[in-house]
Design a protein around this ligand. Structure first.
Ligand SMILES: O=C(O)CCC(=O)C(=O)O
Ligand SMILES: [Fe+2]
Length: 288
């Protein structure tokens, strides 16, 4: 099968420049993989690599767009965690600005996460289980087609890889699961909003994206037999993808940092490659 991964030789967060072929690959839903681009920890940050930095009952630590850190256990380590995650945020955004300068004025910063929990031991419902192939779509947060661009780095101190599966292209996923999608209902969307299940009105786009997400995750035969490749992202590497488009699943690993950035689909180099454009074309409807 075609590989869904494009390997890039960059070794400097500040040294990225735009390249037509990489941009087209990213916007086609491929993963840009930087094996030589690691996030460097300061010696005193080593001690932050333990699940005990997590507050009870939380899965991830997050630094919100206003610089507030959430999910750290105890006052003592808050500042140190916040600095580490903040430095990653600065480098990740610098990388994106260098690679994709056309996006810069349109990007909206979303939280940065630090994920010190071990993937293999998580217990979850099938819907929340990211070990199943899926595209990102969040039930409570309609986004009207705005893109979810993510930068990941594996900071595992023992050298354990972060193991992902990467699945088939978005359009293939959509063609398979759209025929099984429940029809959209505006009154139901209004009810979900009134009950505060959703933070805003769920558009038909958001409904269909959730239907794809759930359709993929709930289909065990698809999980096993869909076209896919297993990828080991080594400690000290970085990868970037549009996670609302790239079919992905995490199989194992521990200690990762992740930055999310939002981008209006209209501000892509090629807006026709967006999930919104693809779903609109396949359904023949205006979805937002
Ligand atoms: O934890 C990971 O490696 C990825 C999980 C995932 O599906 C996501 O962040 O969208
Ligand atoms: Fe995901």
């Amino acid at each position: 099968m075609d590989t869904q991964l494009v390997e890039l030789d960059l070794a400097d967060w500040a040294g990225a420049t735009p390249n037509e072929a990489w941009i087209a690959a990213l916007e086609a839903g491929k993963v840009l993989y930087f094996p030589r681009l690691g996030f460097e920890l300061r010696p005193q940050e080593r001690e932050l690599l333990t699940p005990s930095v997590l507050s009870p009952e939380v899965r991830n630590i997050s630094l919100d767009a206003n610089g507030r850190i959430k999910g750290v256990a105890g006052e003592a380590r808050r500042q140190a965690v916040s600095e580490m995650v903040g430095r990653f945020r600065a480098q990740a955004t610098q990388l994106i600005h260098g690679l994709l300068p056309h996006y810069t004025p349109a990007l909206r910063l979303a939280p940065t996460s630090y994920r010190p929990a071990q993937v293999e031991t998580r217990v979850q419902s099938w819907r929340a289980d990211d070990r199943r192939l899926h595209i990102d779509s969040f039930p409570s947060r309609p986004n009207y087609g705005e893109r979810i661009l993510r930068v990941f780095t594996n900071v595992n101190p023992e050298g354990a890889p972060r193991v992902w599966r990467v699945g088939e292209p978005f359009e293939t996923v959509a063609k398979r699961f759209l025929p099984r999608a429940k029809p959209y209902s505006r009154w139901q969307a209004r009810l979900l909003q009134a009950l505060h299940v959703t933070k805003s009105f769920r558009s038909e786009y958001d409904h269909l994206m959730l239907q794809l997400h759930d359709g993929m995750k709930s289909d065990l035969d698809y999980q096993k037999n869909a076209q896919q490749q297993t990828v080991h992202f080594p400690a000290g590497s970085v990868w970037v993808c549009f996670s609302d488009q790239t079919s992905h699943a995490v199989m194992s690993g521990q200690y990762m940092l992740e930055q999310t950035l939002h981008l209006p689909a209209a501000r892509q180099y090629n807006p026709d490659s967006s999930p919104l454009a693809i779903l609109s074309r396949l359904t023949g409807r205006t979805l937002v």
